[in-house]
Design a protein around this ligand. Structure first.
Ligand code: HEM
Length: 466
């Protein structure tokens, strides 16, 4: 899919008013935010306009319009580093690429970028196919005809295996369950601190903090052990990301990353690289269950392109509709629904004044549903992303991977994984929901499902093993 060239800077001038909520609306907004901040932001922006200044729990200037996304993420990006919300992730990710800033970030991004640029991703196709095949053989094939499964849980395991295999080749899967569990516990603690403005402080021995610390120690030990294994490999190899990072050297010939930095990067990649993709797949299967015409067209494409085969390099570009479906899923359910930044200096654009030190929230979830940019925004319609139409989409109206210098490092990897996994799952299996009811969102730092999506697994062609 190609989105329109960014012509934003040449657009005609416009002026926006900042709406400051009165205290009654403010309290209602705050109450709604604590329940579901995506729904709360949708409502406030629909009622009051594109730019909103809220005060609770801490003051935030909320942006949703593509012009403002462009300003913060691109044209004045150096004025808007990540906010202190990300500090909550430091006990877990150290100074890894997801949270680092300045010179450290530049060095890390330069080192990791070659692993994920578009030309490098084909090397991951066999890893992804192997991961999906292994997952299906171990979990779905034995479940055919059995009780419903928690699909979100399944997709989390699948994407964890894939990113783990890409980093560590075949040494990962034996540790996958422990890594998944320790990451989940650590992340839970970090998210609590993010939501409650840094509380409880990490040094306080609350039961949650103690659990979090124990999980982080266990996670660090497992990752360090796996890195040591890669170092000890008798012959240098470049078969996976860890081997290449271990061998990377700086200009003076010294190891580019020390032990601590290696562990932090590996944890950052595993964290950033599996939950987001698993949520896209889960929301996709949820939406497809209630849109039979879309599902039918998707299965037709997969059958025509792949038959019973797993996807090869020539097949992926031909899975055009599969890609359109994923793009539309990420419009309705962007896995990262909001990001926050902190203004370094005063800024002014479109009549909007941002003060130095002010926190800025970019509500991607709302941007993806603005009627000015998306007709019938609540409708699930993959046609929006048909190659001949996608060229008309404003790049800053569609931001599942963000844009600008801090955009997602793994976009091409994630899209390849999404297309391959979705094609293999729906091409081979028919999934039947346990109940029909709608599932609401539960935004934490990612856009989770408010309750499990439970589905029974059946073979698409009765009697055929995949
Ligand atoms: C559909 C799946 C994915 C989505 C929607 C997604 C989305 C995002 C978003 C929105 C950010 C910016 C976060 C912020 O600034 O607060 C981000 C950053 C990042 N993502 Fe992804 N991501 C996905 C998959 C992946 C994968 C598979 C990997 C790695 C293999 C990855 C690695 C990263 C890294 C390392 C960063 C930090 C980049 C930096 O700060 O320089 N992501 N991602």
């Amino acid at each position: 899919m190609t989105i329109a060239e960014d012509v934003g800077e040449t657009e005609a001038a416009r002026t926006f008013a900042i709406h400051q909520l009165g205290w009654v609306d403010e309290l209602r907004h705050f109450k709604e935010m604590t329940v579901n901040y995506c729904d709360a932001a949708m409502r406030s922006h629909t009622d009051h306009g594109e730019v909103l200044r809220t005060r609770l729990p801490t003051p935030v200037l909320e942006f949703v319009h593509p012009r403002h996304m462009r300003r913060v993420l691109k044209t004045n990006v150096l004025n808007y580093p990540k906010s202190e919300d990300y500090v909550a992730l430091r006990p877990l990710l150290g100074d890894g690429i997801f949270v680092s800033e300045g010179e450290t970030w530049t060095r890390q991004r330069r080192l990791l970028a070659p692993e994920f640029r578009v030309g490098a991703t084909p090397r991951y196709l066999p890893v992804i196919v192997r991961g999906v095949e292994a997952f299906l053989a171990e979990h779905w094939e034995p479940a055919v005809g059995g009780p419903p499964r928690d699909i979100g849980h399944d997709m989390m395991r699948l994407t964890l295996w894939v990113i783990g295999d890409a980093i560590f080749a075949d040494d990962f899967r034996q540790h996958a369950d422990a890594i998944g569990r320790t990451l989940e516990v650590s992340l839970e603690q970090a998210t609590t601190r993010m939501i409650f403005g840094g509380l409880p402080p990490v040094w306080l021995p609350t039961p949650g903090n103690l659990r979090g610390r124990a999980a982080q120690r266990e996670l660090d030990a497992i990752v360090a052990g796996m890195i040591a294994g890669a170092r000890a490999a008798t012959r240098p190899s470049d078969r996976d990301i860890i081997s290449r990072l271990v061998q990377a050297r700086d200009a003076e010939g010294r190891p580019a990353l020390d032990e601590r930095e290696l562990t932090d990067q590996v944890k950052s990649l595993i964290l950033a690289g599996h939950e987001t993709t698993s949520l896209v797949l889960t929301w996709a299967l949820y939406l497809l269950a209630s849109h039979p015409a879309v599902l039918e067209r998707l299965v037709d494409e997969v059958t025509a392109v792949l038959g019973d085969r797993a996807p090869g390099p020539d097949d992926v570009p031909r899975l055009v509709y599969t890609r359109m479906v994923l793009s539309e899923v990420m419009r309705l359910y962007p896995p990262v629904p909001v990001v926050t930044r902190r203004a370094v200096a005063d800024d002014e654009f479109d009549g909007v004044r941002v003060a130095a030190g002010e926190k800025v929230g970019l509500f991607i979830y709302v941007t993806h549903r603005l009627p000015e940019f998306w007709s019938q925004p609540e409708a699930f319609d993959p046609e929006r992303f048909a190659p001949e139409r996608a060229g008309a989409i404003d790049p800053f109206a569609y931001l599942p991977f963000l844009r600008g210098r801090r955009e997602c490092l793994g976009e091409h990897f994630a899209l390849l994984e999404g297309v391959v996994a979705l094609a293999m799952l729906v091409g081979r299996y028919r999934l039947v929901r346990e109940d029909e009811g709608p599932i609401r969102t539960r935004p934490i730092s990612t856009l989770r499902l408010a309750r499990p999506l439970r589905m029974r697994v059946e073979r698409r062609r009765p009697g055929s093993a995949p």
